[in-house]
Design a protein around this ligand. Structure first.
Ligand SMILES: [Zn+2]
Length: 337
């Protein structure tokens, strides 16, 4: 992977980012700059498409979105994603880079470049090799701590252990907060409940494929190892590395009694700054369980760490300020269920 602008080699993940669904591109660009009118005026926009289709003078486009915000920015970005069907696209941006998992592959390359990394842009040269793997095997890892006295009632803790992998040979997304932190808490809770048993089975589910669209947990809810209706409550842990500003509980509005119980424990034990409530959201592995009627909370921490889906989401960047308080809160919550 190599991107050069006017002879300068750009630094991946700092100066540029390749879209996770990008196609390959090895060429010297003959780029056509896109005007504001072509983004915002329907007539000019149509003319742009036909000229790109018929005119072979250009093999790529450059869209500078640095001066756009909100809806204008959305429109400009949408144009980039639609033009990638026709040719290679470079978006000049000043937004923070984030990465994700591609579930398809565009026929051409799509890359984002920081405005401050480039100057004139007379010559762009790319060497991007992108391979789409339609099938990839990953595994959920599941362990059970059976209750001393036989019962069907089960508490589930879940945390996804996958992240984004890398981009090219040298860029790695560590996923410290998202979600090594939750995976580690899962193991911590396994140790805790082994020493401090409760009258329920406890099942620990480390899911794969969350970042690719909740794939591992969706698979599990379609192929459960025991009846989903035996799950008394599920607690999904994702992004547990900070907590200076407390935690947010997704699904709090669906289960107000359990939410109140959590808040009461917190007030009594003086653990966290706040427990914010949030409605249902399809934003982590609790989602498909909720859809199937399993009572569940998704808990995430709030705090100073703002690294998300980037190369700086490292162990070192996390405070783990409330890590032990959260496990205390969860342990007391489970005992009270
Ligand atoms: Zn996550």
């Amino acid at each position: 992977m190599n991107v050069q602008v006017d002879g300068k080699t750009l630094i991946p993940a700092v100066d540029f980012m390749v879209d996770p669904s990008s196609g390959s591109s090895t060429k010297i660009w003959k780029q056509r700059p896109i005007t504001a009118a072509e983004i915002f005026n329907a007539y000019e926009n149509q003319k742009l498409y036909s000229s790109l289709k018929s005119n072979k003078e250009f093999n790529s486009v450059v869209i500078d979105v640095q001066n756009y915000k909100n809806d204008s920015l959305k429109k400009a970005n949408a144009l980039a994603y639609s033009l990638v069907e026709l040719c290679d696209v470079m978006v000049i941006t000043n937004e923070k880079f984030t990465f994700s998992v591609g579930r398809e592959q565009y026929p051409n390359a799509l890359l984002f470049v920081q405005g401050k990394a480039i100057d004139n842009m007379r010559q762009i040269e790319t060497q991007i090799e992108s391979v789409f793997k339609a099938r990839h095997t990953a595994r959920n890892v599941i362990a059970m701590l059976p209750a001393k006295k036989k019962t069907k009632e089960t508490i589930v803790f879940s945390a996804h252990y996958d992240h984004l992998g890398g981009m090219g040979q040298n860029v790695y997304f560590p996923g410290g907060n998202d979600n090594a932190s939750g995976t580690s808490m899962l193991l911590h809770l396994a140790d805790y409940f082994k020493e401090n048993p409760v009258p329920y089975n406890i099942v620990f589910m480390a899911f794969a494929g969350e970042e690719a669209g909740l794939v591992g947990s969706k698979y599990y809810t379609e192929n459960p190892l025991f009846k989903l209706s035996d799950i008394k409550f599920l607690l999904n842990l994702d992004i547990m590395g900070s907590g200076e500003d407390g935690i947010t509980v997704v699904n709090a509005t669906l289960f107000p009694k359990q939410y109140e119980a959590l808040v009461a424990i917190n007030e009594q034990e003086k653990l966290l700054k706040q427990i914010k409530k949030r409605g249902p959201a399809a934003n982590s592995d609790h989602y498909f369980f909720t859809e199937k009627g399993v009572p569940a909370f998704f808990i995430y921490t709030m705090g100073d760490n703002k690294h998300y889906h980037d190369v700086e989401d490292t162990y070192e960047a996390l405070t783990f300020n409330e890590y032990l308080d959260i496990t205390r809160l969860i342990a007391a919550f489970v005992k009270g269920l």
